[in-house]
Design a protein around this ligand. Structure first.
Ligand code: 4NP
Length: 156
């Protein structure tokens, strides 16, 4: 199984989701069976490490994001990944526009929080916010990743 998280810049929300899911998969003993990655719909930050504020907030909860480097999502990702999860509705519509024609895409595309019955449908973009935004991102992502791990267990 391969899972790809997608946000706008790939320096705040989707790298956080990648780090949290990877950690939870290790705890569940599924790290060898699920590959996790993240990407941005935009290319401004390609090659950069996650935002320092995301790294710091994640580290406080035991997630190390420091080795990640931003990349931009491509049409080919729809053939590589089984599940592509968008952080907000704008990311989802950009991905729908990029998606190959029906029948030519292996990936299932969905809105991350909505799929896992989170209190919110979208992970708010924390980039222009204070530190509180980064804590909320982590809270939402941790909750949804718990449900995602249960789904993955059932599908493996
Ligand atoms: P992300 O946050 O999509 O969660 O990585 C953003 C990072 C950078 C920008 C926007 C959102 N930006 O405009 O540079």
């Amino acid at each position: 199984m391969r899972v790809l998280f997608v946000c706008l810049g790939n320096i705040c929300r989707s790298p956080t989701a990648e780090g949290v899911l990877r950690h939870k998969l290790r705890e569940a003993g599924l790290a060898d069976q699920v590959e996790v990655a993240s990407a941005g719909t935009g290319g401004w930050h390609i090659g950069k490490a996650p935002d320092k504020r995301s790294q710091a907030a994640a580290k406080q909860r035991g997630y190390d994001l420091s080795m990640q480097r931003a990349q931009q999502v491509t049409r080919a990702d729809f053939s590589t990944y089984d599940l592509i999860l968008a952080m907000d509705n704008s990311n989802l519509s950009d991905l729908m526009a990029l998606q190959p024609a029906k029948g030519k895409s292996k990936a299932e595309l969905d809105l991350f929080l909505r799929r896992y019955q989170s209190p919110l449908d979208e992970v708010p973009d924390p980039y222009y916010d204070g530190n509180q935004g980064f804590e909320q991102v982590l809270d939402l992502i941790e909750g949804a990743c718990d449900r995602l791990v249960i789904e993955l267990k059932g599908r493996l």
